[in-house]
Design a protein. Sequence first.
Length: 450
Amino acid sequence: MKIMLKRREALKVVGAVSVGSLPGWLRAASDAADCAADVLVIGGGTAGTIAAIQSARAGAKTMLVEMVGQLGGTTTVGGVAYPGLFHAWEKQVIAGIGWDLVAKAVALDSGKMPDFSTPPQRHSLHQVSVNGQLYAALAEEACVEAGAAICYYEIPTAVRTRGDGWEVETIGKGVRRTIACRQLIDCTGGADIVGMLGLPRLREAETQPGTLMFSFTGYDTSKLNADEIQERYQHALLDGSLKEGDYCHADSPFINFLRGGGSIAQHIFGADSSTSATKTQANIAGRASVLRLLRFIRSLPGCSGARIGRMQQETAVRETYRIVGEVQITRDDFVSGRVFEDAIGYSFYPIDLHDRSGVKPEPLQRGIVPTIPLRALVPKGSRNLMAAGRSISSDRLANSALRVQASCMAMGQAAGATAALAAAKGLSPLSVPLGEIRSLLKKHGAIVPG
């Protein structure tokens, strides 16, 4: 009895966390079969998380529907835990809510930021290494503190117009609900909502390969013979024990793969997240590739102790559908640094198309910083609807650069700000005065062209 009493007193001092302690609006939204919001964000990945936080901070009643159990998308579930690029030519060009979360994650973990004062030899040196799971927790905290209601483990099943807004049906384990909203933001990555509405989307005949993030450990590369390793690697490709894409840099020595621990050195051809069936196949293919590599590495002299250091639960997908927007960002627009008249943010990254021969980034010329126009976030001919993230209206080469995390965070914040203002004014996104959108973005730390 004394032990139980002491435990109860300790809980009172520490402050036990329970579902009942969550904000009332979040609890109500979680419980309700039918509910309403000013802004509904579908997809809590890189762009959607920031869109929801921005919308809620701007005073809009905001709901966020996410099909997995955490926020962050590529950074967290996908395991690409080094977002970028926030800086260009010794100057920060993307900031705001996404950058603040990244900076907090670094401060609470390693405390180490790259040196942004000089152009790096490789663009990857300016990507910021974060603890993905810490980032997920911080993003969730920011959403809850802003007042956005998160609905995990739910997917939309139907979307229809309702007056000047939308009605979205979602389903999850033990949950069916209808959400009425004024503004809808599609942050699914593949423009799923846009597709459900029958609006046009673009897709390549063969999309870029996906990658399952993992690493190997348990061996010492200093003791390996690079020539012997390469001979065994070539033989494994011929006999089928390794397959094309297991090591995506096929023209590079396999010893380089071993030295890097395997990180981001794999391509899963045909990886597709458009449906649950195709995503299942992508995940199976990703894990099969990791097993082939592990077995091969353990067969090498001095590598019998090799083991998996980490492996994400999902294969990350680079490309599926893109929207047909009110304007399309082309490769020429991107590499020339075109300043669109309705620019609401910057993007900065090399043209970065992955294919069967690997990837050879095409860096931008000195001083070039591309911009993102609001119209590229608006499906052509739509009202009260935006799409943010890698599904932005763009041609394939421009999209290969626009799809990265920092740029998607900038898009998400712009979409969240625009939707909140549109909901408050009873307007469609492109009718909101551009000056008000830019002013709200600046208020919340974003860097806006002009």
